[in-house]
Design a protein around this ligand. Structure first.
Ligand SMILES: C[S@@+](CC[C@H](N)C(=O)[O-])C[C@H]1O[C@@H](n2cnc3c(N)ncnc32)[C@H](O)[C@@H]1O
Length: 253
């Protein structure tokens, strides 16, 4: 649709879906060889002041097939584990891999997806870039934390003070839906949403740096690394984005 006033072809963003995850996660099993980010988050949880408490409930949002939860089950065998994901196919695999974990099939932003249940630790990796704004998902995550709880969010964040909404498609597959999942929100936006929440919290950032290279793959939506600006392993992807990733740690008071 032409936007006559500005004489551009600007229109509302096209309808889009997230279809990439099942293609990747249903065929890969990272349970035995944990991703580097899982190891770094394990270390963060190990250093958390309440890690030794009894009956720690951990929720992994966007848990996919349970690669992280199966690692947590080995590293923290006393934790009670829950995985939430929109994909029932992924949760079926979670049930086989980590039979002790509870599963919830819902979108994070479904009203009452968690039915009022609260957790000591919530992890949310590679998920918030799926949403077009942060207010609602962050409010839900904070509400689902118990007092003194720990929230760990990991994902691509824009190092510059710009919030970027992305829709993409493989140009050679024009009949596939446009895809979501690659929005890059600035750390300023994350901080604004946290500062405006009505719970008492503190937060800190840690830049995630891969300690190895990833070769380019035929799938342009999978990250690969290039040497850039002193970083030998800067991640990029075929959307023309630098995939700069941060770990955001939020502690409730
Ligand atoms: C990029 S994958 C990340 C998987 C896993 N957290 C990891 O880091 O390996 C994103 C996951 O979020 C799930 N997801 C997509 N939309 C979601 C939503 N609205 N609510 C909860 N999970 C969602 C996908 O099914 C997928 O398992």
């Amino acid at each position: 649709m032409t936007n006559k006033k500005h004489n551009t072809l600007a229109s509302a963003l096209p309808e889009a879906r997230r279809i990439h995850d099942e293609k990747v996660y249903l065929v890969e099993n990272r349970a035995e060889k944990p991703k580097e980010i899982f190891i770094q988050i394990r270390d963060l949880i190990s250093g958390w002041k309440n890690v030794g408490a009894q009956n720690i409930d951990l929720l992994d949002v966007g848990c996919a097939t349970g690669d992280f939860l199966s690692y947590v089950a080995r590293e923290f065998p006393k934790f009670s584990l829950t995985g939430l994901d929109v994909s029932s196919k992924m949760l079926e695999v979670l049930g086989q891999r980590v039979p002790s974990a509870n599963s919830i099939q819902a979108s994070l932003i479904d009203d009452d997806a968690l039915g009022g249940k609260k957790f000591d630790v919530i992890t949310c990796m590679g998920v918030l870039s799926i949403f077009d704004s942060l207010e609602k998902p962050i409010e839900i995550l904070l509400k689902a934390l118990k007092p003194n709880g720990l929230l760990i969010v990991f994902g691509m964040m824009n190092e510059y003070a710009m919030d970027v909404l992305v829709r993409c498609r493989y140009s050679n597959l024009p009949n596939e839906p446009w895809q979501i999942g690659y929005n890059a929100f600035s750390r300023e936006y994350y901080e604004r949403v946290l500062n405006q929440s009505n719970v008492k919290l503190t937060y800190s950032w840690r830049k995630f740096q891969l300690p190895f290279s990833i070769p380019k793959n035929d799938d342009l939506l999978r990250n690969w690394t290039v040497s850039l600006d002193g970083d030998p392993f800067q991640q990029i992807r075929g959307t023309s984005q630098l995939s700069t990733q941060y770990i955001l740690q939020v502690n409730l008071e």
